[in-house]
Design a protein around this ligand. Structure first.
Ligand SMILES: Cc1cc2nc3c(=O)[nH]c(=O)nc-3n(C[C@H](O)[C@H](O)[C@H](O)COP(=O)(O)OP(=O)(O)OC[C@H]3O[C@@H](n4cnc5c(N)ncnc54)[C@H](O)[C@@H]3O)c2cc1C
Length: 390
């Protein structure tokens, strides 16, 4: 055997697992397709790296929802975001919170990546770049892992190859290919946490220049009202309200239909009507000033006044015209992947193939916006290594 453990993928899960393995004294090698590690990690929160969320394990698990929560329960209980934060601080990386979200104090994802790579360098854990694993074969006492130019034998393999979105980062859905070849079940990949486009002539198409509404709710057919922010730019709707709505739909296998936005959540229509009457007296038929007076930013107020002649109630349920989800390749997270039933959630080891482990987004796990996806990657990675020690 060339090594005890081969970790396939130097993303969030693979790097964290490699650090944990190094500290546990497990001989390991990391194989990475791209010329650099952690490309998607650096994209997180525009490189600010929202790596976790404050709250008890129960609160975190409630945010994932089922069936993800039941599977993640042992991993998140063993390593909730606060434990990841403590680990970073112990390793010399200060962290900060912004609301409930956790970030490195520098708000630089590069610092998280460098921390991982420094640990691996100091502990002499090889990371092999330009190594796109093509095949995993079972052999006596372990596995043979092959790329076009390399063949290595090991006792254990950790699949940490990520999901399918942003394929240029190196995450191209290989986990599902390996799993299927090894006889494991997979779930079809769908876009979770993805932007939505509206029709070119929709009033929410404000043209160039981002406009952020900090608090709205978004609702589709079959969904509850999902709270969060909304970012509008060039006919594309982003922000946590829309992202979390698309993840909800992907989890339930529902199409996006009848997307409406409540621009004034928490304010009942009755109270708004009184204010509207007062604004009518003040501004006459100048709807832009009236919408602005209702609390909408001037650009949006202007656009709504120009393109729509709608009742006040539409501010509470604005119907987005022909809303369409952007494709999977642009999603923040992949819903779907290697089926959860194939892995033991207490150890992250494959039920059918002893010695094969998986962590992170290649599994059918995903969370809402707010640091839950990195938390899932780190917690499952740590549990997998724990499982190898035990
Ligand atoms: C724009 C954007 C913003 C995001 N922001 C946040 C955020 O703020 N907070 C948050 O919690 N989550 C965020 N996420 C999600 C988060 O980045 C992912 O869930 C997380 O990176 C998954 O980690 P992973 O290790 O499972 O996969 P990845 O980070 O995707 O890593 C997989 C690695 O495996 C390598 N690989 C794949 N196949 C092979 C192969 N055959 N051989 C060798 N190597 C291979 C890839 O090159 C890659 O390096 C964001 C995602 C995106 C796209």
């Amino acid at each position: 055997m060339n090594t005890d453990l081969l970790i396939i993928g130097a993303g969030a899960a693979g790097l964290f697992a490699a650090c944990q393995a190094a500290f546990a004294g497990i001989r390991c090698v990391v194989l990475e397709r791209r010329s650099r590690a952690g490309i998607k990690l650096l994209m997180c929160a525009n490189n600010r790296c929202n790596f976790g969320h404050l709250g008890s394990a129960d609160e975190l698990l409630a945010a994932y929802g089922e069936p993800v929560a039941s599977f993640l329960s042992p991993a998140v209980r063993a390593m909730p975001s606060t434990a990841v934060a403590r680990w970073f601080e112990r390793m010399g990386l200060p962290v900060k919170r912004n609301g409930q979200r956790l970030y490195p104090a520098s708000e630089r994802g590069d610092d998280v990546l460098h921390l991982f790579l420094d640990i691996l360098r100091e502990r002499q854990v090889p990371v092999v770049y330009h190594c796109s694993v093509e095949d995993i074969q079972r052999i006596e006492g372990g596995f043979r892992v092959s790329s076009a130019s390399l063949q290595l034998e090991c006792k254990r393999v950790l699949l940490a190859v990520g999901g399918c979105s942003y394929p240029k980062t190196g995450s191209m859905g290989d986990g599902m290919i390996f799993a299927e070849r090894l006889g494991l079940k997979t779930e079809a990949p769908r876009a979770g946490l993805v932007a939505v486009e509206c029709r070119q002539d929709d009033a929410l198409n404000l043209g160039r220049g981002e406009l952020e509404l900090p608090e709205v709710t978004a609702t589709g057919a079959g969904t509850p009202a999902i709270p969060g922010n909304l970012v509008l730019e060039e006919g594309v709707l982003r922000g946590s309200a829309v992202y979390d709505l698309t993840r909800f739909l992907a989890r339930k296998n529902l199409p996006l239909k009848n997307l409406t936005i409540d621009f004034l959540p928490g304010k009942p229509l009755d109270g708004l009507s009184k204010r509207w009457e007062m604004l009518c007296q003040r501004h006459g038929d100048n709807d832009a000033l009236k919408f602005n007076g209702m609390g909408l930013p001037p650009r949006l107020a202007q656009s709504l006044a120009q393109y729509r002649d709608f009742p006040l109630s539409a501010l509470k349920a604005y119907p987005v015209m022909d809303a369409r989800m952007r494709p999977l390749r642009e999603a923040i997270v992949t819903v779907g992947g290697i089926a959860l039933e194939e892995f033991n959630p207490k150890t992250m080891e494959c039920r059918k193939i002893p010695g094969l482990y998986a962590a992170g987004e290649c599994l059918d796990i995903d969370g809402p916006t707010g640091g839950y996806n990195l938390e899932a990657a780190f917690a499952t990675a740590a549990l997998a290594v724990q499982g190898m020690k035990g």
